[in-house]
Design a protein around this ligand. Structure first.
Ligand code: PMP
Length: 423
């Protein structure tokens, strides 16, 4: 048996919130899939560095040089954390959404994109300017691979192609067969980008082992605060593309032409897509989180999460009105993310009651994955509201769901309280 590690200390661990029934209770943050609490260790690292931060890549002063070093070291730490190949680039972005939009801008001409309809909108929508094939929701991991293989077999084998796939669903928490999908993509001459927003906080991910071409994730889901994310992977498409943003930092040399215009030579390093003053504290905090997770040890973290998932699964299984949402079946491996509906309850009211009566923070809605949630609920797109919490008429099917999610900072008491509250 693997040793279950203790919860890692996080910010907000001792915040109390008022209950409508009177009194206060320690807040149970069970919405890690939206934003995980920052690790105390990350906060401490940032606080230690904050008095010294300065402009990156610009100044000759000591603090500017220190910040430049920390920023470039953060890149190396992230590359190591992701098991990057030697010639991969690590670009600091604002988020997973930003990373995937950046890659979408770097697609070669004529690139075909293949994406499952089950993706989060961040990985479903950025490709609209390319020729996109949306693949139907598979019902087993095997079916996912077969669906992709069929679609790729029909494509123009000489043109560039990209597959975009999530590592772990932000709705069901289920793990996708990334290695097999990557092998299928490569066998058909396509490349693959992994949306690891929900996978990286819960599992070790290695670009090399999974054999994916790019990987994207967000700092705020990986126990780092602030608006920073990462796109890491193959340099060639990134270097061939126009810079994501035009400006200082991305440009190596700018000259005035004799005809009055301006010529620009852009950097060929990751700086090409990082114009403007970079978010050095954001990058530093991601690197700190990567180190903290590695030092805590994935084996213990994964074992702890499995222990919590089992508690939640077994607890919910005892409530006959609860239906857990799943594409791949109840026993499919998942990370600490789980959505469900409760018969006879409006999901928004249910989530509001968990907050007001028990001090538990979960999420309700369609989780920015509208096609997937509709498939799982078997509901009619025409009757849906927009992102948020549409009302179900009394006695009708739920139009939205409740999501509970947790991770490295979650104590047993939070999931025990959640299960008792649902009961
Ligand atoms: N992909 C997945 C699977 C997600 O869960 C999320 C966030 N919910 C995103 C992408 C987008 O992340 P961000 O909002 O940080 O850009």
């Amino acid at each position: 048996a693997q040793t279950v590690c203790a919860p890692l200390p996080v910010l907000g661990g001792d915040v109390t919130v008022p209950l409508v029934t009177g009194g206060e209770v320690a807040y149970a943050a069970l919405d890690y899939a939206a934003s995980a609490p920052a690790l105390q260790r990350v906060w401490d690292d940032v606080a230690a560095y904050a008095p010294y931060y300065g402009s990156v890549h610009r100044g000759a002063g000591y603090l500017s040089q220190l910040s430049t070093d920390l920023f470039e070291n953060a890149r190396r730490t992230v590359a190591g954390f992701l098991g990057c190949r030697e010639d991969d680039q690590v670009v600091f972005t604002r988020s997973t959404t930003d990373s995937l939009n950046l890659l979408a801008r770097a697609l070669p001409a004529g690139c075909q994109v293949f994406v499952f309809e089950t993706e989060h909108h961040a990985s479903l929508l950025p490709w609209q300017d390319a020729e996109v094939t949306y693949l139907d929701a598979p019902r087993t991991p095997r079916q996912a691979v077969e669906t992709l293989e069929r679609a790729l077999a029909d494509r123009d084998p000489y043109g560039p192609a990209l597959v975009c796939v999530t590592g772990a669903s932000n709705v069901t928490g289920e793990l996708w067969p990334v290695r097999e999908l990557a092998a299928a993509a490569h066998a058909h001459g396509a490349r693959i980008v992994l949306d690891a927003a929900q996978l990286a906080p819960h599992h070790p991910v290695s670009v090399t082992e999974l054999d994916v071409d790019w990987i994207a994730f967000s700092g705020h889901k990986l126990y780092a605060p602030f608006g920073s994310g990462v796109l890491a992977g193959r340099a060639d498409w990134l270097v061939a593309a126009e810079p994501y943003l035009a400006g200082g930092g991305a440009s190596r040399r700018v000259t005035r032409r004799t005809d009055g215009g301006v010529d620009v030579e852009w950097h060929e390093s990751a700086a090409r897509h990082e114009a403007g003053s970079p978010n050095v504290i954001g990058a530093y905090s991601i690197a700190s989180a990567c180190k903290a997770l590695t030092e805590a040890g994935w084996e213990g973290l994964v074992a702890r999460e499995r222990h919590l998932i089992t508690k939640v699964r077994e607890g919910l299984a005892e409530v006959p009105e609860v239906r857990v949402l799943s594409l791949f079946g109840d026993d499919a491996p998942r990370v600490g993310v789980l959505s469900f509906v409760v018969e006879g309850w409006n999901s928004s009211h249910f989530a509001a009651a968990l907050s007001a009566e028990y001090g538990i923070g979960v999420r309700d809605g369609l989780f920015c994955a509208h096609p997937l949630v509709r498939t799982l609920l078997g509901s009619d797109p025409e009757t849906q509201g927009e992102c948020g919490a549409p009302e179900a008429a009394p006695g009708e099917k739920s139009l939205n769901a409740i999501r509970v999610s947790f991770g490295a900072g979650t104590p047993d008491e939070h999931v025990d309280r959640f299960v008792a509250a649902v009961r």
